[in-house]
Design a protein around this ligand. Structure first.
Ligand code: ZN
Length: 238
């Protein structure tokens, strides 16, 4: 199986679905990790270019930690993710056409919003691109991908309105998930300084809460995209 996870910033996937991706990788599936933004605003002192370079290194290390097949960064600046930008759309279409995934994990906006615009724009970009990728007359670097890919939305970083439809038991890989998250050293520091948040602890607490809801120790929660042609008779999550 080929799984494509598209997160907005470096660390979004680690927080919200790296346990699930680790399970896929462990069982031999091909896991592709893509970030739309370069993370250039995530620092108190360093300038954007320096911050982006640090975060690229951190994201690659985290992807390696779980045995992902490839890490891809589309290089859009933070706070500039825009679902109406043709160039950005083409970049996401190209990732989908290149990977040809069985399903996509990404941000969602299905009845709820996340706390910052980049995440919501990323969700719209991925949803739109996964359809555009199937259109033969839309030309890009890679050949058309005929499948309208099923999508599962992962938990937003902040929304009380998120209602999961599916859970993945990540109890066996919780340590690996948190280890991968700790690769984002700059963000563990930045989130503490900027919003007084211990991201490793809150990520663990969220997994514990989701685990409690589905009778296991640690879990990640997802919402199936139930738009027409996106659904499948079988569950794609592990
Ligand atoms: Zn983010």
């Amino acid at each position: 199986m080929r799984v494509l996870a598209i997160g907005c910033h470096p660390d979004d996937l680690e927080i919200n679905c790296f346990g699930t991706l680790a399970i896929h990788a462990k069982r031999g599936d091909e896991v592709y990790i893509c970030n739309i933004a370069n993370g250039c605003m995530g620092d108190m002192l360093n300038p954007p270019e320096v911050t982006a370079a640090i975060r690229l290194k951190e994201a690659k290390a985290a992807a390696e930690k779980i045995g992902a097949k490839e890490y891809i960064c589309l290089g859009v600046d933070d706070l500039s993710v825009n679902s109406y930008d043709e160039e950005q759309l083409k970049k996401v279409v190209d990732v989908i056409r290149k990977v040809r995934p069985d399903y996509i994990l990404s941000h969602g906006i299905d009845g709820y919003m996340d706390y910052q615009r980049d995440h919501n724009e990323a969700a719209s970009l991925v949803f739109n691109a996964s359809f555009v990728a199937t259109i033969p007359n839309y030309k890009s670097k890679y050949p058309v991908y005929e499948t309208i890919t099923p999508i599962y939305f992962f938990e937003p970083s902040a929304s009380n309105a998120f209602r999961p439809t599916d859970y993945v038991d990540i109890s066996d890989v919780i340590d690996l998930k948190l280890e991968a998250l700790r690769c984002h050293e700059s963000q563990v520091k930045w989130l503490m300084e900027h919003v007084s948040k211990d991201v490793v602890e809150t990520t663990k607490a969220t997994a514990m809460f989701r685990g409690r809801l589905c009778k296991t120790k640690y879990a990640e929660a997802f919402k199936r995209c139930d738009q027409v042609l996106r659904m499948t008779p079988k569950r794609m999550l592990p």
